[in-house]
Design a protein around this ligand. Sequence first.
Ligand code: C5P
Length: 224
Amino acid sequence: PADGPLAGRTALVTSGPTHEPIDPVRYIANRSSGRQGHAIAAALARLGAAVRLVSGPVAIPDPPGVETVHVETAREMLAAVEARLPVDLAVFVAAVADWRTESQAPTKLKKRPGAEPEPLRLTLNPDILKTVGTGSRRPRLVVGFAAETADLLANAGVKLAAKGADMIVANDVSAEGGVMGGNANTVHLVTAQGVETWETMAKDAVAEKLAQRLAAMLADKDRP
Ligand code: C5P
């Protein structure tokens, strides 16, 4: 709403996986559903922000009240993000594929009877959060996510500095938790001030609470 705590603010959110084509019919991807990122985009909009969502391929609808653009690859996601700067705050929730194949075959790779398959040669994708978090058009508030299966908080702390983020939301995506694709999430907010662990709750509730927190952090930055 026009009187919400984020009225007059612009926000950018990335969500979902990326798909990195190997050939016209195959790709490298991950299990991200886009639920947490889309919920955060919707929650920021409910608080009054003008929200731009850059989504990888997902099977869920565009969030209400959010300007959504769809991309496939990490490089497309980076370009779409950069085209939507500057913004006041950005939340990078997308599970971007770390690697793509060095080249994309123009025709379907064929199996050759009796022969070993050709190994795939991989190359690193751009780090979208790091590019924006350490770039000249850095939003005033930059938040990343860290999906880990081990050493969750130590890794999140390293990422906070390396990627130029104000906050890393760390979540354990070990298979037992069912976070990837599931409805609930247990998150730890890692900032320069320390770690705050929230009880397990629905992804919508995490989104609501996080949006409130980000509105408060942005208001704090405005205080003289
Ligand atoms: O390094 P890691 O992939 O664990 O970092 C996760 C955080 O960085 C998330 O916020 C994710 O959206 C972001 N990221 C990105 N571009 C990449 C890899 C990760 O924006 N290529």
